[in-house]
Unconditional design. Structure first.
Length: 164
């Protein structure tokens, strides 16, 4: 793949990569740093991408995920905050109800295990197929299905607790 083409494709993946990084890192600033580091690495070493192993999107999300994990290991633990996803173009009553649900979901996502959180984000927010999630997480596709099931159960349990 030519470097120019890779730059264009990586630019298009930026928002999805940033959303994943926010969920892993817990805040937009650290997420932006992780994505920037991943972009720099990808552009400095374009030959590290092997198209025979899967799409550029999957490879780049794995690079972003790994960079996030590296940065988390280097920092001190602190309360994680999951960014709120905003849906516009609706009425005020529905917006208020959606904001309440989003806040509860945000709290529930922040409360579950980080491994559970990232698999939910990859599947339900970024809508990656199981095979691509398996590649990003470096696990078997069957493992993705079982981990996603457990993650959704954990999320539902925490969400119900906040809803009561």
């Amino acid at each position: 793949m030519k470097t120019t083409q890779m730059r264009l494709e990586l630019a298009q993946l930026g928002s999805g990569a940033h959303a994943l990084a926010i969920q892993i890192m817990g805040n937009p600033d650290d997420a932006a740093d992780a994505v920037q580091d991943a972009l720099t690495k990808a552009l400095e070493q374009p030959r590290s991408y092997d198209s025979s192993r899967g799409p550029l999107k999957t490879w780049f999300l794995r690079v972003v995920r790994n960079r996030c994990i590296d940065l988390i290991r280097k920092r001190k633990p602190h309360d994680e905050k999951v960014e709120q996803l905003v849906d516009s173009g609706i009425g005020p009553e529905q917006a208020a109800e959606n904001a309440d649900v989003s806040r509860m979901l945000e709290r529930a996502l922040a409360a579950i295990d980080p491994d559970h959180r990232q698999i939910v984000i990859l599947r339900d927010y970024l809508e990656l197929p199981y095979k691509e999630i398996a590649t990003v997480l470096e696990v078997a596709p069957g493992t993705v299905m079982s981990r996603l099931h457990r993650a959704r159960l954990a999320l539902a349990k925490v969400y119900r607790e906040y809803d009561e």
